[in-house]
Design a protein around this ligand. Structure first.
Ligand SMILES: Nc1ncnc2c1ncn2[C@@H]1O[C@H](COP(=O)(O)OP(=O)(O)OP(=O)(O)O)[C@@H](O)[C@H]1O
Length: 237
């Protein structure tokens, strides 16, 4: 589904990302982990052609993302607030995204009814503009927007951050259900429990490079906790 080749992103002298090759197969759920500044958002932004690579290439279904628009039709994504329209309400924004996917009003109504447990009662009926929403409700708006259009490929950056516990659980179950339906997903997260709870594969970035690329098994969560925990020494506290 995704192939990246000699992908490099530099900011001045600083190499934010340097990945030799990475292949993501259809239906894989890839959990992207790594400490602050490891290169996760840079990688996701490159995949979505939001920033230009210094070198290398990314192909989704054999089309270079920087040269083709085809992948946009089946890719749902939410990285941050810049995906949202601050002066719209959440409902207006979701109607706008649904229009882009040529959904009829009934399609959106059905989608919102189906996914109501994620956003609760007053979230879509209020008059608040997106710019005035809490961080969690902004994220919910963006995640719902990413799910509109029934994407084959879903790319989410720290989707569990700022969500309430019910919404976090809902999102875990949703991603698992989408995976059963054949969706491919790349989800970055600092929450090792959530990310290992949904992923078939874990890719760990460190200083812009792939430090681990492993199948997610029963022992992966413990291994990741030990790996990140080992960076803390008694003297460092
Ligand atoms: N626009 C930019 N200009 C200069 N440096 C940048 C820019 N964007 C990212 N970087 C640098 O690139 C490196 C990777 O950043 P990135 O945001 O991809 O990391 P991350 O793993 O997503 O971190 P976090 O977990 O904090 O979100 C960092 O050193 C960061 O400071």
């Amino acid at each position: 589904m995704i192939h990246t080749e000699k992908l490099i992103k530099k900011y001045g002298d600083k190499t934010a990302l340097s990945v030799e090759t990475l292949d993501i197969k259809k239906n894989e759920i890839v959990g992207l982990v790594g400490n602050n500044g490891a290169g996760k958002t840079t990688f996701l932004s490159l995949l979505l052609d939001l920033i230009k690579a210094t070198d290398g290439e990314i192909k989704i279904k054999d089309s270079a993302v920087s040269k083709s628009e085809e992948w946009k039709k089946y890719t749902g994504s939410f990285l941050d607030d810049s995906f949202l329209v601050p002066f719209m309400t959440s409902l207006e924004y979701l109607e706008f995204v649904a229009n882009l996917h040529q959904w009829k009003k009934g399609d959106l109504d059905e989608f919102l009814t189906q996914n109501k447990a994620f956003y609760g009662d007053d979230f879509l009926t209020g008059k608040k503009m997106i710019k005035d929403l809490s961080k969690g409700n902004k994220n919910k708006t963006g995640i719902l927007g990413a799910l509109i259009g029934n994407p084959e490929l879903l790319i989410l950056d720290e989707p569990f951050a700022n969500l309430d516990p019910t919404s976090q659980q809902w999102l875990r179950l949703k991603i698992q259900k989408l995976s059963e339906e054949g969706v491919t997903a790349i989800v970055s997260s600092h929450d090792l429990q959530h990310v290992t709870g949904i992923s078939s594969r874990i890719v760990m970035l460190e200083d812009g490079q792939v430090a681990k690329d492993v199948e997610n098994t029963e022992s992966t969560l413990e291994e990741l906790e030990s790996y990140f925990g080992a960076k803390i020494t008694e003297e460092s506290i």
